[in-house]
Design a protein around this ligand. Structure first.
Ligand SMILES: Cc1cc2nc3c(=O)[nH]c(=O)nc-3n(C[C@H](O)[C@H](O)[C@H](O)COP(=O)(O)OP(=O)(O)OC[C@H]3O[C@@H](n4cnc5c(N)ncnc54)[C@H](O)[C@@H]3O)c2cc1C
Length: 381
C-alpha cells in the first residue's frame, strides 16, 4: 500500500497552496465584508485550471480525478469555504452530473466550456417541499414534441444568481417515485427561467445562493441527462463525489482552525506562561490533530475508490458525516482556545465557526448520511 500522493496531484496541491497563500488569504476579510469575490479572482482560478480538475481529459478536463479534486478542495477550504462551494456547485455537482450521466454530445457541448470557466454551472435539486426527501420533488418536465416543458421552483441553489446553466431535476412520471425523476441541462437564458431572491446566510459569504424558477421553460430533448427516469440515480452518483470533496473542504477548514489555535496558544500568556503549557489546551490541540488525520485518510481512501471505478456511496456518506462533524468539534475547540478573542469578528476563527455549520446540513444532512450508512449495514451491502 502506497500512501504517497501521485506526483501530478502533489504539483496541483502545491500550486493551489501557493495561490491561496499569496492571493486568496489577504482577501479573506474583504470577501466577508463585501459578501462577494473581488473582480478578477474567479478568472484567475479558472486560468489556474481549478474549474476542470475532475473532468475527463477528452472533454478538456485536467483528468486529475476525485483525488486531485479533493486535494485542491482541502487547500481552498483552508482559506475560505466560499471558494470550494462555488467550484463545488459548478464542477463537482453540475459538471460531474453531465460527465457521469450525459451523452457524448452533451458532454462535448458543455464540459469544455465549463472547464475553462467560460460558462458557470449550478445544481438545482432542492425545493421548498423536498430537501432531505429529494425523491419527492414537485418540479415537472412534460414532453412536448422534441422538447420538454419544465415547471417548478428550486431553492438555495449555490451559484444560482450567476450561473449560465443548471442541472435541474424534474418529475417526468409521477407514479414511479424516484424512478420517475429525470435530469436536464437548462441554460439560464431559456425563456421561462427566472432567478428569485438571493439568500442572506449565516456564513459562506462570497458564495451566492438563490431560488430558480421554471415557468414553461422549453428545454430541447437532447438536454436530458441520460435516460428518462434515471435522474435520481444521476443525482446520487454525483453526490457521492460531491460529499467526498465536501469532506475534503472540511478537512482543510479544520486544519486551518487548528493552525490558528496552535499559533494563539503559543503567544497568549496567562498566569505568566503561554496557555499552550496547560494540559487542558494541549489535549484540545491533540484531539483535533487526531481527528483531522482520520478525516483526511477517509477522504483519500474514498477518492481512491471513486478513481478506481468502484461505487463509493457508503464511503461518501461516512466521509460526509464524519468530516463535517469533526470540523464542528475542531473549530469549536479552536474558538475555545482563543477565549473571548475567538468571538470577535476581527479574528478569522469567528468566520470559520459560522462557515463550518452548513457542512452538517447541505449535500445531505448528518441524519441522512446515517440513514444511508445504516441501511447499507442492515441490508448487508
Ligand atoms: C447554503 C446552502 C447551499 C445549498 N446549495 C444547494 C445547491 O446548490 N443545490 C441544491 O439542490 N440544494 C442546495 N442546498 C439545499 C440542501 O442540500 C438542503 O438544505 C439539505 O439537503 C437539507 O434539506 P432541508 O434544508 O430541506 O432540511 P429538511 O429535509 O427539512 O430536514 C430538517 C431536519 O430534519 C431531519 N430529517 C429529515 N428527514 C429525516 C428522517 N427521515 N430521519 C431523521 N431526520 C430527518 C434533517 O436531517 C434535518 O435535521 C443548499 C442549502 C444551503 C443552506
Amino acid at each position: 500500500m502506497d500512501f504517497a500522493l501521485p506526483d501530478e496531484v502533489t504539483m496541483l496541491r502545491d500550486l493551489v497552496r501557493e495561490y491561496v497563500r499569496d492571493r486568496l488569504r489577504p482577501l479573506t476579510m474583504q470577501v466577508e465584508e463585501e459578501d462577494r469575490i473581488p473582480d478578477g479572482i474567479l478568472q484567475e482560478m479558472k486560468d489556474l485550471g481549478l474549474f476542470s480538475i475532475p473532468f475527463p481529459e477528452e472533454y478538456g478536463g485536467a483528468g486529475l480525478g476525485e483525488l486531485g479534486y479533493c486535494v485542491a478542495f482541502e487547500e481552498l477550504g483552508a482559506v475560505n469555504a466560499a471558494y470550494s462551494n462555488i467550484i463545488g456547485g459548478h464542477c463537482g455537482l453540475c459538471g460531474m452530473s453531465i460527465a457521469l450521466g450525459g451523452s457524448d454530445e452533451l458532454k462535448g457541448r458543455y464540459l469544455p466550456r465549463m472547464g475553462t470557466g467560460e460558462i458557470l454551472g449550478a445544481f438545482a435539486l432542492t425545493e421548498p417541499n423536498a430537501g432531505s426527501d429529494a425523491a419527492h420533488i414537485q418540479t415537472t418536465a412534460r414532453r412536448d414534441g422534441d422538447s420538454y416543458l419544465l415547471n417548478g421552483s428550486k431553492l438555495w441553489v449555490s451559484n444560482g444568481p450567476m450561473a449560465d446553466l443548471y442541472t435541474v431535476f424534474a418529475v417526468t412520471d409521477r407514479d414511479q417515485g424516484a424512478k420517475g425523476v429525470s435530469a436536464f441541462v437548462v441554460e439560464r437564458d431559456t425563456p421561462g427561467v427566472t432567478i428569485g431572491k438571493i439568500d442572506e446566510k449565516m456564513g459562506l459569504r462570497g458564495s451566492r445562493t438563490s431560488e430558480v424558477f421554471f415557468a414553461d421553460a422549453r428545454v430541447p430533448a437532447e438536454n436530458l441527462i441520460g435516460e428518462e427516469g434515471k435522474g435520481f440515480r444521476v443525482a446520487m452518483r454525483t453526490l457521492d463525489g460531491g460529499r467526498m470533496s465536501l469532506g475534503a473542504s472540511c478537512v482543510g477548514q479544520a486544519q486551518a482552525a487548528l493552525d490558528l489555535a496552535l499559533e494563539w496558544s503559543k503567544q497568549r500568556i496567562q498566569f505568566g506562561q503561554p496557555i499552550a503549557s496547560n494540559q487542558a489546551i494541549q489535549w484540545m490541540l491533540a484531539d483535533s490533530e487526531v481527528e483531522i488525520h482520520a478525516g483526511r485518510m477517509m477522504v483519500y481512501h474514498g477518492a481512491w475508490k471513486i478513481d478506481s471505478g468502484q461505487r463509493a456511496s457508503h464511503e461518501a456518506a461516512m466521509v460526509k458525516v464524519y468530516c463535517s462533524e469533526m470540523l464542528g468539534r475542531v473549530v469549536d475547540r479552536a474558538v475555545q482556545v482563543h477565549g473571548g478573542m475567538g468571538y470577535m469578528k476581527e479574528f478569522d476563527i469567528e468566520r470559520m465557526y459560522r462557515d463550518a455549520r452548513i457542512t452538517r446540513i447541505y449535500e445531505g444532512t448528518s441524519e441522512v448520511q446515517r440513514m444511508i450508512i445504516a441501511q447499507d449495514l442492515l441490508s448487508g451491502d
